[in-house]
Design a protein around this ligand. Structure first.
Ligand SMILES: [Zn+2]
Length: 166
């Protein structure tokens, strides 16, 4: 009797262990597939990035682009200019300057770039505007002008009453 019990009990544990290992197997299997999918996705992303770099280079070289593509390329250039301005500003504060040709950080009195050899003439100090403020002010003024044209709030309840009656 007790032997049967332990035999059955043992069988149950054995079965549970089998089921558990099947579950973990399938868990690791799907984890493996997920990793492979992520790997493929990363390669797609890298290819897309490479395509973008090739197209952007063509844009910089002056090749005609489709309107949408040109707009995106212009956006990239704007971001690059913003970065360049910020780096220049940071370098200036540290008594350094940035090579206009390759972007290397150089001592302020360097006549030539230590990395690419380009001539780096001393440029006159000039205010670098980090966040231009005139634009938001213009927007505010536009909103103020438009305000009187918007319908009065007192008209809204009337419309609701009509809706309720109908
Ligand atoms: Zn340089």
């Amino acid at each position: 009797m007790t032997d049967d019990f332990f035999a059955e009990f043992g069988e149950t544990i054995h079965q549970a262990a089998k089921e558990f290992s099947a579950k973990t197997d399938s868990f690791f299997e799907s984890q493996k597939v997920r990793n492979k999918i992520n790997g493929e996705q990363r390669q797609i992303d890298q290819c897309l990035k490479d395509v973008g770099n090739i197209i952007y280079k063509k844009f910089v070289d002056g090749e005609p682009m489709h309107e949408d593509v040109a707009a995106l390329c212009e956006e990239i250039t704007e971001h690059k200019v913003t970065i360049a301005k910020m780096r220049e500003n940071m370098a200036r504060k540290k008594g350094e300057k940035i090579c206009a040709s390759c972007g290397a950080v150089l001592p302020k009195d360097a006549q030539f770039c230590l990395r690419c050899g380009a001539e780096c003439k001393e440029e006159p100090e000039e205010e670098v505007v980090e966040d231009p403020k005139p634009a938001p002010e213009e927007e505010e003024n536009l909103f103020q002008e438009e305000e009187p044209e918007t319908p009065e709030t007192s008209e809204e309840p009337k419309e609701q009453e009509e809706d309720e009656e109908a």
